[in-house]
Design a binder for this molecule. Structure first.
Ligand SMILES: Nc1ncnc2c1ncn2[C@@H]1O[C@H](COP(=O)(O)OP(=O)(O)OP(=O)(O)O)[C@@H](O)[C@H]1O
Ligand SMILES: [Mg+2]
Length: 249
């Protein structure tokens, strides 16, 4: 698919580890201000693709362009700086165990902005409230929070620097159905709330039903290649045998 407003553009991306080619001449353009999901069987290369978008892995060949910049042109320091454009929510929320909920959200603001302590505290509180964490929980440690609450705090932290691109890698894996529902709703809410400022969301999920509900576009990966890429309403009608197998699992 071709888009007028592209956030991420990947051309002829090949990644090999030793003799194993994991991404095989992969091409994809991901539109700005939309929710795009990557689906595919385990080992298809989804997380590897995400790591290239973050510049955590570099291509064996091909190019990764994010927000108009070619990642290969950046020094390690520039790349680290560039990653501020991303918010991330992964399977393990990876909160700092020794920091409270509020401390976790305040962390990127302390680290990367010159906001005053007072402003940071206010902003962290605002972010926590926006993802449904109430004031009584602000000072709790991650170990004192439920799995769903930890995800909310992780999301609030991911949003702290107003990222242009929010990446989710299996944000609901390992959660019970009700918490899964809640986290999925939160992803949609977050994407809609941040639409005005043009936030792009890229989601990897094993939760097919939810993915079909929340995505604008779906790309299906198989053996390191995009074999189907369609708006969600067309994707559900795909005749690709791999897609059919996957959807009917
Ligand atoms: N650093 C690495 N070194 C060698 N092989 C790797 C490395 N990272 C990933 N792989 C291999 O690349 C393949 C794709 O892995 P990847 O994690 O991208 O799959 P995935 O689509 O995210 O799967 P899952 O749905 O299980 O998370 C796997 O066969 C994996 O073993
Ligand atoms: Mg993965």
């Amino acid at each position: 698919m071709q888009f007028d407003d592209v956030a991420i553009s990947i051309k002829s991306l090949t990644k090999s580890f030793g003799e194993h080619t994991i991404l095989d001449n992969l091409n994809i353009e991901i539109p700005r201000n939309k929710i795009t999901s990557l689906l595919g069987f385990s080992g298809a290369g989804k997380s590897t693709l995400l790591k290239h978008i973050l510049g955590l892995l570099s291509p064996t060949s091909g190019t990764v362009n994010v927000l108009g910049s070619d990642l290969a042109d950046m020094s390690p320091i520039q790349l680290r700086e560039f990653r501020r454009n991303f918010g991330m929510l992964f399977q393990y929320a990876a909160l700092f165990d020794s920091l409270s909920a509020k401390g976790n959200v305040a962390f990127p603001l302390c680290e990367f902005t010159d906001m005053t302590e007072h402003k940071i505290q206010n902003k962290a509180a605002e972010l926590l409230l926006s993802v449904g964490i109430k004031e009584v929980s602000f000072d709790k440690l991650p170990s004192e929070l439920s799995g769903g609450m930890r995800k909310r705090v992780g999301l609030a932290r991911g949003l702290a620097l107003s990222p242009a691109i929010m990446l989710f890698d299996e944000p609901t894996t390992g959660l019970d159905p009700i918490t899964t529902r809640m986290v999925n709703d939160l992803i949609v809410e977050t994407s809609i709330k941040n639409k005005d400022r043009g936030m792009t969301s890229v989601i990897i999920s094993h939760d097919i039903k939810a993915t079909l509900e929340i995505s604008d576009f779906i790309a299906f990966l198989d053996h390191g290649n995009i074999v189907e890429y369609l708006p969600v309403n067309e994707f559900v009608k795909s005749k690709n045998p791999l897609v059919l197998e996957f959807i009917n699992l």
